[in-house]
Design a protein around this ligand. Structure first.
Ligand SMILES: CC(C)(COP(=O)(O)OP(=O)(O)OC[C@H]1O[C@@H](n2cnc3c(N)ncnc32)[C@H](O)[C@@H]1OP(=O)(O)O)[C@@H](O)C(=O)NCCC(=O)NCCS
Length: 158
């Protein structure tokens, strides 16, 4: 039987691993903006959750979500390639969505590279809608797609 995945908050000591995964899996071909110091600031920030799953060999997936007035923003998200398609991304996203609901967010927003078929499929599967294609969204060179998911009815108070 596969053990249930345990999603937890990152510790500052996870910052270097998360930054390295971001550089390799998300920011490849772009300037490296999520360096360890920036990840450490996110871990410490009161309006941000850095959620992770650990495997036997260390951290295998993470997601960084910021909570603003009405919207939450999923700013960084990845699972180690050796552990893809095992439900780790879904477990982290579900955890972050529950946190967004608890924080009173109405909507979650995120961006993905246009050519990132796996991520677009993954988010579509989780109820995210593609709202706009934006040319040269990443560092003025790569096209991106903006996605969103409403957590409560649009215009509703609760
Ligand atoms: C996108 C990503 C986070 C998915 O993580 P994961 O742990 O593999 O996702 P799950 O196992 O929970 O997959 C859930 C569903 O998403 C979809 N999906 C995931 N990977 C997919 C792929 N390579 N191709 C098509 N659909 C995919 C499938 O519908 C999958 O369900 P299934 O395996 O039963 O078919 C992972 O591929 C990743 O880290 N990619 C590199 C970094 C990245 O692109 N981050 C997002 C930046 S916006």
């Amino acid at each position: 039987m596969t053990p249930a995945l345990h999603v937890q908050l990152a510790a500052v000591s996870d910052a270097a691993t998360i930054a390295a995964l971001s550089r390799r899996l998300i920011e490849h071909g772009l300037p490296w903006s999520w360096r360890p110091e920036r990840v450490a600031r996110a871990i410490a920030a009161p309006n941000t959750n850095v959620a992770i799953v650990r495997g036997l060999d260390g951290l295998v997936g993470f997601g960084i979500m910021e909570y603003w007035d009405e919207d939450a923003h999923l700013v960084l998200f990845a699972v180690h390639p050796a552990r893809h398609r095992q439900g780790i991304g879904s477990a982290i996203l579900t955890w972050l969505e529950a946190s967004a609901v608890a924080a009173g967010s109405k909507r979650i927003r995120l961006e993905a590279r246009r050519d990132n078929v796996a991520a677009r499929n993954f988010y579509n599967d989780h109820g995210y809608h593609e709202i706009r294609l934006e040319r040269r969204m990443y560092s003025g060179s790569l096209d991106g797609v903006k996605l969103e998911k409403w957590l409560r009815p649009q215009g509703g108070d609760r």
